[in-house]
Design a protein around this ligand. Structure first.
Ligand SMILES: Cc1cc2nc3c(=O)[nH]c(=O)nc-3n(C[C@H](O)[C@H](O)[C@H](O)COP(=O)(O)OP(=O)(O)OC[C@H]3O[C@@H](n4cnc5c(N)ncnc54)[C@H](O)[C@@H]3O)c2cc1C
Length: 476
């Protein structure tokens, strides 16, 4: 690790002077590996970040950004470091701004059905506090114990219940951000209707730390569901899957909360990972995990079973198992959630999160697999996803493992482009997908992104190199 330059030393001294030494750790004293730095002595260029700052308040974040702005020090905000596209990986000589000490749940307003939180509160803590107030915060994803609300906002996280409640964007009513120069902008709005001028919060949601730093948010809560009905079904064709989805939407209405589809190869791996015997036999081309969350304890179960009976009778659903207890609900979800551990059985693979218009998903998956086989001379892909949200995940490996991951990326993203899809459904762009952004965005859209970036972060200190290149080619 190179010693800090004299300009960096002046910056660090000022930062420690204003925040106090317990809130700033120089690189030599910090556990940089915990903060996502991967030391690589083989690299000729030193990639070590300068320091880590741990603000406790919005005022601290403002101080940090004001000094970074003055001294041209790059800043990478970090939540729980569970992001999938390298958005929180620190840059060489830059400052890591960890939100982990801003963990206060400030208020639950039952009448407004809102919760006001600091950015470092873990998602699971929000879910649990809502539950304790007989309310419900619907965002849910596998990293719930580690990821933080600020990170969920910065990535516009999706997860399992988007079909019913929307993505994080739909769950944020108010936001407080600190701009690149340290200016604090606060709108802790609790109202569902507020058309007083531009709704600027949407610029920051999903911006992956490149436009400002979220410090506090007002989250939208929902009534706690009183009933949960879950079933796993085997189907023969994707047309049957689409017919089932259409009718499920119609019969269950707003109660339909998840419609997860697993291709058979995924299911065969997943049942080896989840505990216990497989709930349905292997061999169906498609498996659908369907969930309804409702409020009518008398009727919801019967309505759910009527839907299944209708499709079993018409032989669209070949077989189904309905969860009879909370434990069985968990057991069925464990099959779908095993996606986080596929490598245990499938081996190392390259993972994708893409969107394709729902009706074309199966044809896309077939095309993508055949392109991969052609490009790699073999290989396999596991396919699954939140089909009703147009969101597909693929786990792909070549005949010789992941050695040619660049080729796998290029092949899958070219297929996404050709099918008119999005290279990122819910994980964002970070650095991992940056080079492929033009596959899903037009030149004028990317031009607009640069205009927004330049106007909010004129010196380019906020998470440089994420979403967009560190410098625009026409600027260099
Ligand atoms: C097991 C697992 C399952 C997952 N499942 C899903 C899923 O179903 N759906 C889904 O959408 N995602 C999923 N993810 C990825 C998801 O993006 C993250 O889990 C989560 O939203 C990121 O939160 P974090 O606090 O870990 O953010 P980090 O990883 O720390 O950061 C993510 C990005 O946000 C920025 N950032 C963080 N905090 C702030 C802030 N306060 N202000 C400004 N920028 C900030 C960072 O710079 C970075 O660009 C999953 C991840 C894992 C590991």
């Amino acid at each position: 690790m190179n010693a800090p330059t004299s300009a960096q030393t002046i910056f660090l001294d000022q930062l420690m002077g204003e925040l106090g030494p317990v809130s700033v750790l120089a690189a030599a004293d910090a556990d940089l590996v915990r903060h996502g730095h991967v030391p690589d002595p083989t690299q000729a260029v030193d990639r070590t970040p300068l320091a880590v700052a741990y603000p406790r308040s919005t005022a601290d974040v403002s101080t940090i950004l004001r000094l970074c702005h003055q001294h041209h020090i790059a800043v990478t905000p970090q939540g729980g470091l569970t992001g999938m596209v390298g958005g929180a990986i620190p840059g060489a000589g830059g400052l890591i701004l960890s939100l982990e000490r801003m963990r206060e749940i400030e208020e639950v307003d039952v009448a407004a059905a809102t919760m006001t939180v600091q950015a470092g509160v873990p998602l699971q803590a929000v879910q649990e506090r809502a539950e304790a107030c007989d309310l419900f915060f619907p965002l849910d994803l596998g990293a719930r114990g580690s990821c933080m609300i600020g990170g969920n906002i910065a990535t516009n996280a999706g997860g399992n219940r988007v079909l019913r409640y929307g993505m994080m964007r739909e769950l944020v009513l108010g936001l407080e951000v600190v701009l690149a120069d340290g200016t604090i902008v606060t709108s802790l709005n609790k109202m569902l209707k507020n058309n007083a001028g531009y709704d600027w919060k949407h610029l920051f949601i999903g911006s992956e730390g490149t436009l400002g730093i979220t410090t506090r948010a007002v989250l939208r809560l929902y009534p706690k569901p009183r009933t949960t009905n879950v079933a796993l079904c085997g189907l023969a064709t994707f047309d049957d899957v689409l017919a089932f989805l259409k009718e499920a939407r119609s019969m269950l209405g707003g109660d339909l909360s998840a419609f997860e589809v697993m291709w058979k190869e995924f299911y065969e791996v997943a049942v080896q990972i989840a505990d216990g015997p497989p709930p349905l036999e292997a061999g169906y081309p498609f498996y659908v995990l369907i969930e309804a969350l409702g409020s009518d304890e008398q009727d919801d179960g019967a309505r759910f079973e009527r839907l299944l009976e209708r499709f079993i009778t018409s032989k669209v659903v070949k077989d189904a198992v309905v969860a009879q207890s909370a434990r069985e609900v968990e057991g069925l979800w464990a099959i779908r959630d095993s996606s986080g551990e596929l490598d245990r059985v499938f081996g190392e693979a390259v993972n994708f999160d893409v969107s394709i218009p729902t009706g074309n998903i199966a044809a896309f998956a077939d095309d993508c697999r055949s392109r991969l086989r052609e490009a790699l001379g073999g290989g396999e892909a596991l396919v699954f996803g939140h089909i009703a949200d147009s969101n597909l995940h693929l786990s792909c490996k070549g005949p010789d493992g992941i050695a040619r991951s660049g080729l796998i990326d290029a092949t899958v993203y070219a297929a996404v482009r050709d099918w008119g899809g999005s290279i990122s459904a819910e994980h964002g762009i970070g650095v991992g997908k940056r080079d492929y952004l033009p596959y899903s965005r037009t030149p004028s859209e990317i031009d607009l992104m640069w205009k927004i970036k330049h106007s909010l972060d004129p010196t380019g200190i906020l998470n440089p190199g994420k979403v967009l290149p560190a410098q625009r080619s026409s600027d260099s």
